[in-house]
Write a protein that binds this ligand. Structure first.
Ligand code: GLC
Ligand code: GLC
Length: 660
């Protein structure tokens, strides 16, 4: 081993070592510098390999890497001291986010709280719920009317002035952290708005910035690409490209826009784009963001003749961003937003790529099971697709700010005799109330008669039956949340759902929103429902009390941490079953058996099925002792979290093996 100064040289090219050395600031102590060089030493080889995979080995790539390395060294030295301490603490405790005390919430700053000060004023309520993670929806400068809910970013370094400013955001991040709440912001790196400075310069014809986007002079290349790509927002525009004026204003050319016409996809074949976006990412990291929600990960790499989704280079790019953080902001985690086939979702999840990921399969199948009153697809998914690599976790959720897409695997469904296409059609009809007897009041999103594709928008309460006055509504909402709260990972609440907030049909009168039905499930702060939350004679009160109870139980139930889950075959298609092995607070080997009845009538689990269990269990939710000798009956939509203490056998021996 050489001196610290030489270590980065060992792992990388002399140009990289020189760029790092040149970036040392006068105030940096020897200890800080050694810490930084050790991180370079660990990561630079990987970064170099990834750059080679993405851009090809060669002088230009080496030069880009050297520029990036200098940028990283500068960025970490500029990182505030408290965040540098957090870097060290999280490096020493890399599984901090796997605790059963983690609970997330998500909100729109303007709609829920008015502005950043309004968010701060809600911190006592977040503490009441036990939140340790707060996702603020995109709050950056964006086009005035329609900005896709902030997902069209005009500057990553400026807060939308209606919400506050960067100083306010930095202060809020620190306040939240002091209260044990990690700040989650989006990293919207697939596209910028057409008002971003880079886009304006591209529109003006500056070649350096034209190279930041996918701009073509005519339809030749767009036609070629569109032969194999999906339409994501067909209501907005067909295909993946939109016309824009030539710089002289007289002609027309075409730019790649996967989402809305004003969201231009960045061109990551240009290494300058990676460096620029790494700079924006670290700028946010140094303001105190703990977790970056990596938006639209599947779309960041395009290649002619392919679907242009989830290509190998997309993974290499995210891994390269991950390496950037490991060097210059190691406290920061990534959460993947891949709402695609489960085989593709899992591809983004690893400690070297995204440590966290939405779990869209669980989300979709919770809704599927409530509609069909049949838990088998969800049961199969939990047994087959729930396990994750060490050092990673799911973010489990009942619904998000977006639509619900039915992203289950058709091949899994086929094993249960379910035709995927027909099942999606059924679910779409059911959730928009076009199916006789449906309790749901959702609305269609991006109904595409040409492809038969359609997704669902609606709040949890409206989808679960509260709007329709269905007597099972509150129970269904509790059931849905009980699953995301007990299957491990980080449960994420859409704030407002915990008081039964209904659809907001007023969105059609809001400027820029009428065309996007997802606004139906992004209502304003439901002040009335929150006032009723302590009144047990109301739906809001009943719901809130029951969810609070589940949240409190989760926090004190160590078995619910981590990701280990073993299926439990309740031998009843209406009853979902799974076991969370672990240790109770007294250190005894235990299993928490979770059961949920998705049917509208009581359902039983018979004595034989429970015969492998101890004679008695503790219902963690009610605090009652429950005898298991005679079998169990669950009321309609009933949920039980049953802790059994194992009399013998190791802590990791579940009471029922998956195949028994
Ligand atoms: C993500 C967001 C969605 C947005 C899209 C484009 O999927 O969740 O709201 O429309 O990205 O940024
Ligand atoms: C967002 C959109 C959804 C789309 C997905 C693709 O989630 O809301 O409609 O399918 O992005 O990633």
């Amino acid at each position: 081993m050489g001196t610290p100064q030489h270590r980065a040289t060992d792992a990388a090219s002399p140009a990289v070592a020189a760029a790092v050395a040149a970036a040392r600031a006068p105030g940096t102590t020897d200890e800080q510098w050694a810490t930084l060089l050790a991180r370079f030493d660990r990561e630079i080889g990987r970064l170099q390999r990834l750059f080679g995979e993405i851009y090809g080995a060669g002088e230009r790539t080496d030069a880009e890497l050297a520029l990036l390395a200098g940028q990283l060294a500068t960025s970490w030295q500029e990182r505030p001291a408290d965040l540098q301490e957090l870097d060290a603490a999280r490096e020493a405790d890399p599984s901090w986010f796997e605790s059963n005390e983690m609970v997330g919430g998500v909100l729109y700053v303007d709609r829920y709280a008015g502005d950043l000060d309004g968010v701060r004023a809600q911190i006592p309520y977040f503490r009441e719920l036990g939140l340790t993670y707060l996702h603020l929806m995109p709050l950056f400068e964006a086009p005035a009317q329609n900005s896709d809910g902030g997902y069209a970013v005009s500057s990553y370094r400026a807060v939308n002035p209606a919400l506050g400013d960067m100083e306010g955001l930095t202060a809020l991040a620190a306040d939240l952290r002091s209260q044990g709440i990690a700040l989650v912001l989006d990293f919207i790196f697939n596209h910028t708005s057409d008002e971003h400075a880079w886009a304006r310069r591209a529109q003006a014809g500056e070649p350096e910035y034209e190279d930041f986007y996918w701009i073509f002079p005519d339809r030749t290349m767009p036609d070629a690409y569109e032969r194999t790509v999906r339409e994501i927002f067909p209501d907005d525009h067909p295909g993946a490209f939109v016309p824009i004026p030539t710089p002289d204003g007289h002609g027309e050319r075409w730019v790649w826009a996967t989402f809305h016409s004003f969201q231009w996809d960045l061109n990551y074949t240009n290494p300058a784009v990676f460096r620029a976006m790494a700079g924006e990412m670290l700028f946010l990291a140094n303001r105190g963001v703990d977790i970056l929600r990596m938006d639209a990960v599947a779309f960041i790499w395009k290649q002619l003749g392919t679907s242009c989704e989830s290509l190998p280079q997309a993974h290499a790019l995210i891994q390269a961003f991950n390496a950037v953080c490991r060097i210059a902001a190691p406290a920061v985690l990534f959460k993947s937003e891949a709402i695609v086939h489960p085989d593709e979702v899992i591809g983004y999840i690893s400690p070297q790529e995204c440590q966290l990921s939405y779990n869209p399969l669980q989300m979709a199948l919770i809704w599927s099971s409530l509609a069909t009153r049949d838990a088998r697809l969800l049961q199969q998914a939990l047994e087959r697709r729930h396990t994750l690599p060490p050092g990673t976790a799911w973010v489990n959720y009942v619904r998000s700010h977006d639509d619900i897409g039915w992203t289950f695997a058709d091949e899994d469904a086929a094993e249960l005799g379910i035709d995927g296409y027909e099942h999606r059609r059924f679910l779409n009809r059911f959730y928009v109330d076009r199916f006789p007897g449906s309790f749901a009041r959702g609305v269609p999103f991006q109904d595409n008669p040409r492809t038969g594709d359609c997704r669902i928008a609606g709040t949890t309460a409206s989808l679960a039956g509260l709007e329709a006055g269905d007597p099972g509504a509150v129970d269904r909402i509790v059931l849905a949340h009980s699953i995301v709260l007990s299957t491990g990972g980080i449960p994420l609440l859409y704030l407002g759902d915990e008081v039964g907030q209904l659809n907001d049909l007023g969105y059609v009168d809001e400027p820029g929103h009428a065309e996007d039905s997802r606004w139906v499930n992004r209502p304003h702060y439901p002040a009335e429902a929150y006032r009723r939350r302590l009144d047990p004679s109301t739906d809001s009160g009943r719901l809130h009390a029951r969810l609070r109870r589940l949240l409190d139980v989760r926090r004190t139930t160590p078995e619910l941490a981590g990701n280990r889950l073993v299926g439990f075959d309740a031998r009843n298609p209406h009853v979902l079953g799974y076991q969370r092995p672990g240790e109770d607070p007294d250190g005894r080997a235990t299993v928490v058996l979770c059961l949920a009845n998705v049917a509208d009538e009581p359902q039983g689990v018979d004595a034989l099925t429970l015969s492998g269990m101890p004679l008695e269990a503790l219902d963690l939710v009610t605090g009652e002792r429950v005898g298991l000798r005679e079998g169990l009956t669950l009321p309609a939509h009933g949920v039980r979290w049953l802790r059994t203490v194992l009399e013998s056998g190791p802590a990791d021996a579940p009471v029922q093996k998956p195949d028994s």
